[in-house]
Design a protein around this ligand. Structure first.
Ligand SMILES: [Zn+2]
Length: 146
């Protein structure tokens, strides 16, 4: 099965060691994700590609208990739907990224816990490719069983 990204330009490392692709304003230094062509703060169009940190801190989240409206949602629906967490992870004090979370159990999530980037299967497309998207999962501390 071929793995393909859910969208081009979102992340690198399809075969391991993924990083999100953001952009950084060369004029004022603000970092955005997804990458943008112009700066949301100073309107400069001098935006450079900027790979984001792979770990960050959970900032806010909720749980998606039912399939989002489709379109734009294109993942499993109906009885195939599995609830998932969605939230914001702050990366390196640079940028807050809105992301899917691997964890949907509220008891496993807390403000400020360390999260790491992973790529997860999202759906299988009509050509049989495995479409993958990015998510963040809690970093397991040493001595903590899963
Ligand atoms: Zn700027």
């Amino acid at each position: 099965m071929t793995r393909i990204p859910v969208a081009e330009g979102l992340f690198t490392g399809l075969d391991g060691d993924p990083q999100l692709i953001g952009s950084r304003c060369t004029a004022c230094g603000i970092v955005t994700f997804p990458a943008q062509d112009s700066c949301p703060r100073c309107a400069s169009t001098e935006m450079a590609e900027h790979l984001l940190a792979q770990r960050g801190r959970l900032w806010a989240w909720t749980t998606q208990e039912f399939p989002p409206p489709s379109p734009p949602y294109s993942g499993p629906g109906g009885r195939d739907f599995v609830p998932f967490g969605v939230g914001f992870v702050e990366l390196a004090d640079e940028v807050k990224v809105e992301t899917r979370l691997t964890e949907s159990d509220p008891d496993a999530l807390a403000p400020g816990i360390e999260m790491e980037l992973v790529l997860v299967p999202f759906r299988t497309d009509d050509d049989g490719n495995e479409v993958v998207t990015f998510a963040f999962r809690p970093v397991r501390r040493e001595g903590t069983s899963t």
